[in-house]
Design a protein around this ligand. Sequence first.
Ligand SMILES: Cc1cc2nc3c(=O)[nH]c(=O)nc-3n(C[C@H](O)[C@H](O)[C@H](O)COP(=O)(O)OP(=O)(O)OC[C@H]3O[C@@H](n4cnc5c(N)ncnc54)[C@H](O)[C@@H]3O)c2cc1C
Length: 386
Amino acid sequence: MQRVLIVGAGFSGAVIARALAEAGVAVTVADARPHVAGNCHTERCPDTGVMVHVYGPHIFHTDNEGVWAYVNRFGAFRPYVNRVKATVGGRVFALPVNLHTINQIFGTAMRPDEARAFIAARAQAPAHGGEPANFEEQALAMVGPEIYAAFFKGYTAKQWGCDPRELPASILKRLPLRFNYDDNYFFHRFQGMPEAGYTALVAAILDCPGVTLRLGSPVTPGDARAGGWDHVVWTGPLDAWFGHDLGRLGYRTLAFERFTHDGDWQGCAVMNHPDPDVPYTRIAEHRHFAPWETPRGSVVVREYARACGPDDIPYYPIRLAGEQALLRRYVARARAEARVSFVGRLGTYRYLDMDVTINEALKAAQSLILARKTGAPPPAFPVDPL
Ligand SMILES: Cc1cc2nc3c(=O)[nH]c(=O)nc-3n(C[C@H](O)[C@H](O)[C@H](O)COP(=O)(O)OP(=O)(O)OC[C@H]3O[C@@H](n4cnc5c(N)ncnc54)[C@H](O)[C@@H]3O)c2cc1C
């Protein structure tokens, strides 16, 4: 394995490219977009000076010391704590649901034990007597009807475009409910923002002898197969490698409505809007993602979720039963492909945070380097997508 093509210059492609190049492989990284960093791309707004997260807000958070050390090798990080608010029925609440939220919504001043007992009394077990079978049943069993209706029901219906009763309970099992005043959105030990933005960070990862970068270069599977490469790493959509011939893996996409403002528009980085009669899900004000900067104005973005069409950017994999079945069929075919590895959020059809993406990319690179040493065929999926 001397010449490798990597399709995609997001975190997945960049991390693998660097590791392979450091191991002596000649790597070409091609991306259809005119910039590196994939969906984590940041760029400065020329009118206001604000660093904008172009494909939606990205906050780096991890418990993985190795990944934290890795990203800090390529750029300085500033401390950043993600604190999200929600506007519901014309009032503002703290998220994630914590003691403050509970006291706000019920007009109380409960202490932790009182609130715990109060919420336990509000919680509603499913009428069928079994374990919660869907998102709504899980939410009602965890937080009761008031908090569910205020923060989860409308937001989830807008985000996923369906009734929460059609979604699995497992989605809500991951959301925290706190009986103290901690409103830090993430539990992870390390949290921060790259001072110069994510695009500079990924550019620094790719800045390595042995890496050739081709931006604005969409790669078709036919190009990749015919290019005479010893191996191809595909971080594009798994179904795109097969021309979507079994059908499209379903995604939700986002539409962004962006405007500028002279002062501070909402006073925080992210304001959720769970009310069902508000068409957007949240508003991000990007100057607050870099609180150490003093920009001239503000960039504000309303976020609308909708079904992903063939020309839209795929954001959130839906992964309900139908998509899982289709995924299994594509995975079986991909495993039979020679000289291609599928990695990253699109190549494995999973939602991956940046730290998980980087960790998996480092592992994928190790498995490719090992295959190169032993002469064994590299795995089609260094990380199992099922
Ligand atoms: C709205 C949103 C918010 C998020 N917020 C956070 C957050 O706060 N914290 C966090 O840790 N993670 C967050 N994430 C997750 C983060 O975006 C991913 O972890 C990361 O983007 C995955 O990197 P990747 O390289 O696998 O994929 P991508 O970043 O999508 O990169 C894939 C690249 O491949 C290119 N490509 C695809 N097909 C082709 C082709 N045929 N030819 C050439 N190029 C091609 C694309 O142009 C793209 O640049 C968020 C995700 C979303 C959707």
